[in-house]
Write a protein that binds this ligand. Structure first.
Ligand code: HEC
Ligand code: HEC
Ligand code: HEC
Ligand code: HEC
Ligand code: HEC
Length: 389
């Protein structure tokens, strides 16, 4: 018994030494707030075990019968074993291991992205091999490549101040962590076997842009310390605002305006994102308008915006698609005007709701997910009320 026990402990230690540094749980101790946000994010829940939509699409995908889970490069880069099997051309199906269950895209998966290789099919993340070195951004330290734990004393040694991390080295010199390029290995675009681009995320042209980019919009600065050792007031949000997590934090980038005319009225939606308002072909955006008059509430016909992909002018699964069937999605920087031929009276109030469905009715049926009410409910992005004078 004793021997088995020892062997077991040894085995756990050995696994720990290999997985060791990579595990996001190791970062939790000193970065608990960031870890909690990450834990609820779609980057953590990106595997077939943690994302029901991803699983439903994978279950129908032809690569499943070929045992090639190529989705791993973007959806579960933390599963190094699976990536190795893919590279060696061995059967590679996701197994219920720690990486798949706990951290599809781990802290280290992102913080070691050294550069992005541009490819037609999909870009590729080039990871740094420098041991225990993580990339990050910090204003004023853009040239510091090798920040380690250090104590600086000042005033003849009366005051001492510690800086750096006891667990890892920090490299602040990677431009991609300032301008958002580090997101583009996975998010830029993806072509299917028909050379058709299933999804595309456009980035601002200006590569020195450190304000209006993926990071500044989707990872805003929020209250709470960045680490437990050198306390800070704010930290960068790691829940990744988006369709599945805290969309309201993005409402400021969508502007709603109202204009009355002789025939009725006009509502305009301005999308200030650097990409179309919604990106995934499964999403359906919707504008809902209600007019409240003295004696009644009138719900007008909702307007939907979507990008439907398919073949032969019919919607299809992404791997079969070779063209766009319809695209009414609101483009980057577009101010979409929608006319309503409903005559208004003085004193009427017009309630305008802009929101979306994670899955369209058609897709949720096709994927067998129509019983999951969370996935097919209307999610509000922004609401405005206008009174007719
Ligand atoms: C080049 C990187 C890349 C590869 C490879 C990739 N994906 Fe994705 N996938 C993404 C990104 C980025 C998103 C999030 C984008 C968004 O929501 O608009 C995403 C989102 C999804 C979603 C929507 C998830 C949700 O919760 O709504 C599904 C479904 C999906 N992918 C399926 C797959 C399948 C199946 C494969 C493998 C056959 C695959 N993807 C391969 C990058 C990739
Ligand atoms: C999807 C990619 C991604 C993932 C996953 C990710 N990060 Fe980050 N992280 C970033 C980016 C981008 C920044 C902002 C630029 C910078 O400061 O590095 C950042 C910033 C940080 C910062 C500095 C925050 C501040 O307020 O200055 C810390 C600390 C950090 N991350 C730790 C973590 C930890 C710990 C995890 C896992 C629990 C994690 N990150 C997961 C991309 C990621
Ligand atoms: C033992 C504590 C400890 C552990 C464990 C730890 N860190 Fe840190 N980390 C720190 C401290 C302290 C800082 C702040 C350094 C400074 O302010 O000079 C830091 C800073 C960072 C930064 C740079 C923040 C910035 O922009 O200035 C990133 C990124 C980061 N850590 C990621 C991680 C990741 C990922 C892990 C897990 C692999 C991890 N850390 C584990 C203590 C830790
Ligand atoms: C290693 C690949 C990878 C990197 C790097 C990456 N992402 Fe993602 N991202 C994904 C995948 C895959 C998903 C979809 C996960 C799912 O839902 O199954 C996703 C989801 C998201 C979502 C949620 C979309 C939704 O519908 O809610 C946002 C927002 C997002 N990413 C922003 C970013 C930003 C900003 C960066 C850069 C700081 C980044 N990502 C870096 C792969 C990546
Ligand atoms: C000016 C702000 C802004 C910038 C810059 C920006 N986004 Fe967005 N993003 C938004 C808004 C607004 C939405 C729509 C609201 C939502 O999804 O909840 C959105 C949605 C998304 C989604 C979810 C789309 C879907 O269909 O589920 C992803 C993924 C995403 N952005 C990734 C990125 C990436 C990657 C970059 C950098 C190339 C980027 N964003 C740049 C504001 C921005």
């Amino acid at each position: 018994m004793k021997r088995i026990f020892f062997v077991l402990i040894f085995a756990i230690l050995a696994v720990d030494a290999v997985a060791g540094f990579e595990e996001s749980k190791k970062c939790q101790k000193c970065h608990p707030i960031i870890y909690d946000e990450f834990y609820g994010s779609s980057h953590r829940k990106s595997s077939v075990y943690t994302d029901p939509i991803h699983k439903a699409v994978w279950d129908k995908h032809p690569l499943k019968t070929q045992e090639k889970y190529t989705c791993a490069v973007c959806h579960t880069p933390a599963d190094k074993e699976l990536l190795k099997r893919l590279e060696e051309g061995k059967p590679a199906l996701p197994q219920a291991n720690e990486a798949q269950l706990e951290e599809g895209i781990s802290c280290v998966s992102c913080h070691t992205i050294e550069s992005i290789e541009i490819h037609e099919k999909a870009n590729k993340n080039i990871l740094s091999t420098k041991p225990k070195t993580l990339f990050s951004a910090r204003e004023g330290q853009e040239n510091e490549k090798n920040v380690q734990l250090k104590t600086t004393s000042s005033f003849f040694g009366m005051f001492s101040q510690k800086s750096g991390s006891p667990y890892h080295t920090i490299d602040y010199s990677n431009k991609g962590f300032y301008n958002g390029d580090m997101c583009m290995g996975c998010h830029s675009h993806k072509q299917n076997a028909h050379k058709f681009e299933v999804c595309t995320t456009t980035q601002a042209k200006d590569t020195n842009n450190t304000k209006g980019n993926c990071i500044s919009c989707h990872m805003p600065s929020v209250k709470g310390t960045m680490n437990t050792i050198h306390k800070t007031d704010m930290h960068i949000y790691h829940g990744f605002t988006g369709a599945s997590n805290s969309p309201k934090m993005l409402a400021q980038y969508v502007k709603i305006a109202f204009n009355q005319s002789n025939e009725g009225f006009e509502v305009s939606i301005k999308n200030e994102a650097t990409h179309p308002l919604f990106l995934h072909p499964l999403r359906v955006a919707q504008l809902q308008v209600t007019v409240a008059s003295k004696d009644q509430n009138i719900i007008l016909e909702p307007i939907t915006f979507k990008r439907v992909i398919g073949a032969n002018k019919k919607q299809s699964m992404p791997w079969l698609a070779d063209s766009i069937v319809t695209d009414t999605q609101i483009q980057n920087n577009e101010n979409r005007k929608v006319l309503f031929d409903h005559k208004l009276q003085i004193g009427d109030t017009v309630e305008v709701k802009m929101g979306f469905y994670i899955l369209s009715k058609v897709s949720s049926k096709k994927l067998g997910l129509d019983s999951d009410k969370e996935l097919s409910k209307f999610i509000l992005l922004k609401k405005e009320t206008f009174t007719v004078e």
